[in-house]
Ligand binder design. Structure first.
Ligand code: SAM
Ligand code: SF4
Length: 329
């Protein structure tokens, strides 16, 4: 059986972008109230007393936009200092990295994923929900800053949407030619903005891979990480190209992760809500650590069945009502 030792922790569900594919058009989400966010102390207790003892060793901080979480640098340091942790990483939209990259590195973070869906400021602005064209520039500077500071591996997450940014696949892939950056093309999923998904559909990774293969050739490669990406390299390039194909290929059998939402719900699977545990309220109601460990251990045993049997049970017309930003993408 696959070992589940990787926890993705959402630090906050709010975001300073409004990406087309991540959030529903025009609708306001029910954001978690401040009082319902897991506090730093609660999160650390859960890590030390529950997740690490039951075997979790790899952690990714995400959101929403994790860099909006007040005290994020302090929190990163407290987690990075836990001796049992084998791997700590963070996924961000990069907008605040010009200010925070050095502090995060000094706090002990070494691995970072930054979302960058376009090299064209106008298209980028359209994708992030028209928040101002200058956001591309600041995000790009944030990526450069993370590179200078020494994050390694530095990964760029890209969601390709037909007729929006699909003409940029080769230009984005070309970033790996002279930079030690690792691009991850993620297939667009019907989660977050089901209307857009139904209008635009998605492009299978294999189609993108073939385009790049025809232009430069590709060889198999590897890079440090915990994800399900298939990794390749343009011959002679400094960086790599990964393809995450959760739509065209079900990799539930390789799934090694659970997700903890900003308000403390532990979810065994991104795609359905079976088995989820309300750890925040359990903690606040005085449930003992022994009981919590027991509950999480039982969920670990149930996970393979949940992945396979109920992958699509949460869909309405083929799309999911929840967003990645709420669950902790
Ligand atoms: N705000 C941070 C960011 O954008 O990197 C972290 C949270 S975001 C939810 C994490 C990842 O989920 C991003 O790389 C984003 O592209 C991806 N994502 C969000 N909605 C998606 C969807 N419908 N299909 C595929 N990927 C999605
Ligand atoms: Fe925000 Fe990330 Fe979702 Fe974009 S993908 S809206 S940056 S949480």
């Amino acid at each position: 059986m696959n070992t589940v030792d990787y926890l993705r922790i959402s630090l906050i569900d709010r975001c300073n972008f409004r990406c087309q594919y991540c959030l529903p058009e025009g609708e306001e989400l029910d954001y978690v109230l401040q009082k319902d966010l897991l506090t730093q102390d609660e999160l650390l207790i859960l890590l030390k007393e529950v997740f690490i003892p039951v075997g979790f060793r790899k952690f990714r901080l995400t959101g929403g936009e994790p860099l909006l979480r007040p005290g994020v640098v302090r929190l990163v340091k407290a987690i990075a200092d836990l001796p049992e942790i084998e791997d700590l990483s963070l996924t961000t939209n990069g907008f605040l990295l010009t200010e925070l990259a050095q502090d995060l590195f000094d706090a002990g973070l070494r691995r970072i994923n930054i979302s960058l869906d376009s090299l064209d400021p106008d298209i980028f602005n359209q994708i992030i929900g028209n928040r101002g064209r200058d956001r591309w520039e600041k995000t790009w500077l944030g990526i450069q800053k993370a590179h200078q500071v020494g994050f390694d591996p530095l990964k760029l997450n890209i969601v390709i949407i037909p007729n929006v940014n699909d003409h940029e696949v080769e230009d984005l892939a070309a970033l790996t030619l002279d930079k030690n950056w690792h691009i991850r093309f993620i297939e667009f999923m019907p989660i977050g903005n089901g209307d857009l998904f139904q209008k635009k559909a998605w492009i299978p990774s294999e189609e993108l891979r073939q385009r790049i293969l025809q232009k430069w050739g590709l060889v198999s490669s590897q890079v440090l990480g915990n994800g399900p990406a298939d990794i390749f390299q343009i011959p002679g390039a400094k960086g790599t190209l990964g393809f995450i194909s959760q739509m065209s290929e079900c990799f539930c059998d390789r799934c090694n992760r659970m997700r903890l939402s900003a308000d403390g719900w532990l979810r065994p699977c991104l795609l359905n809500e079976t088995g989820q545990l309300d750890l925040k309220n359990a903690l606040r109601n005085g449930v003992s650590m022994t009981q919590l460990k027991q509950q999480v251990s039982e969920l670990l045993l149930l996970k393979p069945e949940i992945n396979f049997k109920e992958r699509d049970s949460g869909t309405q017309n083929g799309t999911y009502a929840r967003t990645m930003s709420q669950i902790g993408g």
